[in-house]
Ligand binder design. Structure first.
Ligand SMILES: Cc1cc2nc3c(=O)[nH]c(=O)nc-3n(C[C@H](O)[C@H](O)[C@H](O)COP(=O)(O)OP(=O)(O)OC[C@H]3O[C@@H](n4cnc5c(N)ncnc54)[C@H](O)[C@@H]3O)c2cc1C
Length: 381
């Protein structure tokens, strides 16, 4: 991606070095242990990467092209470990963006500023056991009481959920009003009535923390509501969820880059029938097709992030970027596994991890079907 601006390329070279030196050597262990890597997370905060999306005036890193740089950050981190990258992606975008856009000074001081420094972990919870793609049908209820609101309900699949200090929770003020009744509340996880049901055990992105949560008569003070308390908060936050699709596409790119690089290396090293397998035209063509899928996905994803930096509407482009990148990169990882033959199934080779992790961008942040529905609506169908 050498056509990117010189400051973006410089940003990439710095984070790529950090990934090579700090994340890559630990990626296999993180996947095996399946734990949130607090030390690496804090390090990224100290280095300023968790503030990539925000101006210096807000405590962020003040980069010239925040959406493109955050895309680079997600891509590079996922080249090392998609599981680790997923938690950082949540922290640096949706979990903090809702506070940046709609948080008052108290919320910014309590959560936003420490989150950018890597001292507090954030999450965003909308999905419920019976409300996934149809998020507007969620049941978590917010009831107005003196001085604030009381939340009751449960959430599932919350990234960073068991380790979070604060979570932006989407709840309904008016159960029959669908999306129009949804409001956003910043929940401090030390609050009475907040429960972590369990940490979920997954096939993919092992070291990304994924939780089931519940709220039982949990009191949220007035100043922790991100909307006007009448139910319009979620429709505002939808913009943040839209741009997040580009970052999920970037996670797919980084993971696929790692799978492609490993496959090229393996095709050079592994010999059968007296020559490296990379000398067989079938293997060469497969590698070239993998590269074609990866380059197509990169070009479109960075096109979408450049549009976001220009302030353009990106509803269609972000959804298309997620479809193209997630699906191309999943197919690439399937091909990568086949190049490794039997060794591809062995845990000592990371290619099985790349394939497992490649399913996450196809589901997290909305499935491919839902992305297609979004685009179909945009073209007036
Ligand atoms: C690892 C992980 C991390 C996640 N992190 C978070 C998080 O931090 N916060 C959060 O709130 N959520 C999170 N999610 C939830 C994620 O956004 C949902 O899993 C996703 O939106 C799909 O919802 P679902 O799993 O309930 O599937 P369902 O909605 O039940 O879908 C099941 C199948 O039906 C299809 N389908 C559903 N509706 C339609 C339709 N109208 N047309 C065509 N096909 C349809 C889907 O495409 C899918 O194939 C995470 C999920 C995962 C796996």
């Amino acid at each position: 991606m050498n056509h990117l601006q010189s400051d973006v390329l410089e940003f990439r070279s710095h984070i790529a070095r950090w990934v090579d030196e700090r994340l890559l050597p630990q990626a296999g262990r993180l996947d095996e242990e399946g734990e949130f890597a607090f030390d690496l997370f804090r390090e990224l905060g100290q280095l300023g990467y968790l503030g990539t999306m925000y101006p210096e005036s807000a405590g962020g890193s003040g980069v010239s092209y925040p959406f493109t740089c955050f895309t680079v950050l997600c891509e590079e981190l996922a080249r090392g470990s998609m599981g680790f990258a997923a938690g950082v992606c949540m922290q640096g975008s949706t979990a903090t963006n809702t506070l940046y856009e709609w948080g008052n000074d108290t919320l910014k001081e309590l959560y936003f500023a420490p989150a950018l420094r890597g001292e507090k972990v954030g999450a965003f919870a909308i999905t419920e056991p019976n409300a996934g793609s149809d998020a507007a049908s969620l049941k978590t209820r917010a009831t107005r009481v003196d001085g604030g609101y009381v939340l009751n309900g449960s959430k599932i699949f919350t990234t960073n959920g068991t380790v979070a200090d604060f979570i932006t929770v989407v709840a309904t003020m008016a159960p029959n009003s669908a999306a129009k009744g949804l409001e956003l509340f910043v929940v401090d996880t030390k609050s009475k009535g907040f429960h972590v049901g369990r940490k979920l055990d997954k096939f993919s992105v092992h070291c990304s923390d994924t939780a089931e949560l519940s709220f039982e008569d949990l009191f949220v003070p007035d100043n922790h509501c991100l909307g006007d308390g009448k139910g319009g908060g979620f429709l505002k936050a939808y913009k943040s969820l839209t741009v997040d699709r580009i970052f999920t596409a970037a996670l797919a790119l980084g993971n696929a880059q790692a799978a492609y690089d490993a496959s090229v290396r393996y095709a050079r090293e592994r010999s059968q029938f007296g020559q490296p397998i990379g000398k067989f035209q079938a293997v060469q063509f497969k590698l070239v097709d993998m590269l074609a899928k990866l380059e197509q996905a990169k070009v479109y994803t960075y096109f979408a992030s450049a549009l976001a930096d220009r302030g353009a509407s990106i509803t269609t482009e972000a959804a298309l970027a997620k479809i193209i990148a997630a699906e191309n990169c999943n197919q690439l990882c399937q091909d990568a596994l086949s190049i490794f033959g039997g060794y591809g199934l062995m845990n000592e080779y990371p290619v099985q991890r790349y394939l497992r992790d490649s399913y996450f961008p196809m589901i997290g942040g909305g499935t491919g079907d839902i992305m297609r529905l979004v685009v179909a609506r945009q073209i007036g169908l």
